[in-house]
Design a binder for this molecule. Structure first.
Ligand code: FAD
Length: 416
């Protein structure tokens, strides 16, 4: 059923009894043209665009838990395209453009809210760096605006402007950035893919990758063997464990990232604001809760929960940026597993095994990449050639020395 104002109205008249499930719960077939491991945002978007843009519909998405149980349902919902480097900026701008038409495209309300993303700066050197970044964005056709202290104050008056330690000098604003309801993105892509014939199979864990004569022939799963012509890995924080099933060691570390939600408040933060003197970012949800986060936990982990040291660190950075936060109660926190690559940029590429494709290394920022990542991965799987905007995200760039080191953090995943 297509969702529309008319269908909402007619269903209301019938007591909302005729809504069907948004996607089917099929049993796996013995063989698919393409199997995708991981039913997060990237796996579902890949399946959707494979069917919609490339006409490949004999596809299964295998998810070990339920849809939305991974990072797609755990992130802080921020979208933006405020990158500096050539390899990144066109890709994230492509993604932002896809976000702008996404709800019409997949006929689902994902609450795309372009409320603006403001990055604060606190020193002359940081202002120069943001000026350079803003110019790089403009050159790639994105929007960027440098605000001085008074303009920032007019926009977000509750910040700690008079802090002696981190005085705010201004900010880089991307007005088209904002937030999107994250689980609706998973549901929208799932429904759109399902309608085009893709099988979405939940509670189906991939436990092995079967190969013959140097090619993948299928996957061992908790629901038995499933054969495939091509296999795409989109397992985010579990990328290393899944790739290891094909004897591939990835240049990726897994770390926990935590997020926090406060009690509901009247509207007071209209935008997304990030701190420039520490790792902290904040926005306000439509329910009124403040949604915020900071740095990853410093050690490697596959557990979807974090520790108290990172909690303390986030709260300190938050109160340094907004002193009034100290009087607000935090209601909930959670963690997700981040696939931290060595240069902080992602990988969308073929592997040395002919019909095995990899989508991984999303670090802190894979949610905003979801539409472009799905599109480019679908392009790669369908054509065996990279999409032009994702052409720099090669797996062998670490061997060749062509890193896309946005933060200049070197090969230290915890610094990206
Ligand atoms: C706290 C937090 C805040 C974040 N904030 C932002 C933000 O504001 N903006 C932003 O752009 N990004 C953000 N991110 C990052 C973003 O959420 C991720 O980079 C992105 O969601 C990863 O892609 P995905 O959606 O496909 O991952 P996931 O949803 O994690 O999908 C991977 C799926 O693979 C499944 N899987 C794993 N192993 C197997 C297996 N063996 N068999 C079958 N299935 C398997 C998992 O269960 C999982 O569902 C944040 C992440 C976290 C944790």
């Amino acid at each position: 059923m297509r969702y529309s104002a008319l269908s909402v109205f007619l269903n209301a008249l019938r007591g909302n009894k005729s809504w069907g499930p948004a996607w089917r719960a099929p049993e796996p077939k013995p063989h698919y043209d393409v199997v995708i491991v991981g039913g997060g945002g990237h796996g579902l978007a890949t399946a959707y665009y494979l069917a919609k843009e490339f006409g490949i519909t004999n596809v299964a998405v295998l998810e070990k838990g339920w849809l939305g149980s991974g990072n797609i349902g755990r992130n802080t919902t921020i979208i933006r395209s405020n990158y500096l480097l050539d390899g990144n900026e066109p890709f994230y701008e492509f993604s932002l453009k896809l976000w702008e038409g996404l709800e019409q495209d997949f006929n689902f309300n994902a609450m795309v809210s372009q409320r603006g993303v403001l990055n604060l700066f606190h020193s002359d050197a940081q202002r120069d760096a943001y000026t350079r970044r803003g110019n790089a964005m403009l050159l790639q056709g994105a929007d960027a605006q440098l605000l001085d202290r008074d303009e920032v104050r007019a926009m977000v008056p509750f910040l700690g402007f008079d802090s002696a330690r981190f005085p705010i000098q201004g900010g880089l604003l991307q007005r088209r950035g904002g937030t999107v309801r994250h689980d609706a993105v998973a549901w929208g892509y799932a429904r759109g893919a399902d309608r085009r014939g893709v099988d979405i199979i939940q509670n189906c864990e991939v436990t092995g990758i079967r190969r013959k004569n140097g090619r993948v022939v299928g996957v061992e799963t908790s629901k038995g063997f499933i054969g495939c012509g091509k296999l795409a890995l989109t397992a985010a924080g579990n990328s290393t464990t899944v790739a290891r099933m094909a004897d591939i060691a990835l240049p990726i570390d897994s770390h926990v990232l935590q997020a926090f939600v406060s009690e509901g408040l009247k509207p007071f933060i209209d935008n997304v604001v990030t701190f420039g003197a520490g790792h902290f970012y904040i926005s306000q949800s439509d329910k009124g809760g403040l949604v915020f986060g900071g740095d990853i936990d410093g050690y490697n982990s596959y557990a979807q929960r974090g520790n108290l040291a990172a909690v303390e660190h986030v709260m300190e950075a938050g109160t340094a940026m907004i002193p009034g936060l100290s009087r607000i109660r935090v209601l909930r926190s959670w963690g997700g597993i981040m696939d931290m690559s060595m240069d902080g940029s992602p990988i969308i590429d073929r592997t040395h095994i002919d019909n095995l494709y990899l989508n991984a290394g999303w670090c802190y920022g894979g949610f905003k990449a979801t539409p472009a990542s799905g599109w480019c991965t679908a392009h790669l799987v369908a054509n065996d050639a990279p999409h032009p905007t994702a052409a720099a995200f090669r797996l062998d760039r670490f061997k060749r020395g062509y890193l896309i080191d946005e933060n200049g953090g070197g090969a230290q995943p915890n610094l990206h």
